[in-house]
Design a protein around this ligand. Sequence first.
Ligand SMILES: [Zn+2]
Ligand SMILES: [Zn+2]
Length: 265
Amino acid sequence: MQIYTIASGSAGNCTLVRDGDTAVLIDVGISTKRIVTALRELDMLPEQLDGILITHEHGDHICGLNTFIKHYDIPIFAPRTVANHLSWSIAGVDDYLTVLPPGQDYTLRGLSVYPFHTPHDTPESVGYRLKGSSVFGFCTDFGHVTDEILEGMRGADAAVIEANHDLEMLRNGSYPYYLKRRILSDNGHLSNDACAELSAELYKYGTRKIILGHLSRENNLPSIARKSVLGALNAEGVDTENGIVLEIAPENAILRLIVEDESLC
Ligand SMILES: [Zn+2]
Ligand SMILES: [Zn+2]
């Protein structure tokens, strides 16, 4: 399985997962032009995509969809409330939409797709677990870790986890009070500390490759996010030099992560 974060953060999100001859995007929060350019860099055409999984209705996750569907016939998958939002906000999207109820597996060619609810300031939002030759968990845009998230993410070989902000940077930063409150709320975004705790928990259940995503440009730094997570893993006795791959998803560049199928080794 290959995971490529194409864009990550509040300016736009898009991740490609390839496994065998199956390829899916998670979120389309960047322009069609950028997606096509990124896919070309990876020797792929948009027509080769088998589906697009949408996490929630915020613009940084769906703003490219309107143009994308005018050019490409790719099935789009989303939970009910998100699908309803897309349906009334994007003309013509109904032709491509399939509702995926959270808490159930869905087969999308060579991948089993399992959406699970995440607590965020939208009527509905989800993360996804994808199972093919490996298991991949994707979870960004959530204010705190719930049992549903743990259930969805535990056992993943590789994961993208939100590390949105450093608490001190956010508290002392220039954001207006209402926005700080929103981000810090249970339905906001995940702090480095909470991400670190979740990363250590997932490690216990076998996760060995972690990408930190959706970092705030204002309230975080890759070095700080990395330090928080490494600190939590060290505290659990993890050999962070050899025992784990920890990457940071760049805001505007492709990050590639290969997840080996252990059974083939
Ligand atoms: Zn977002
Ligand atoms: Zn969001």
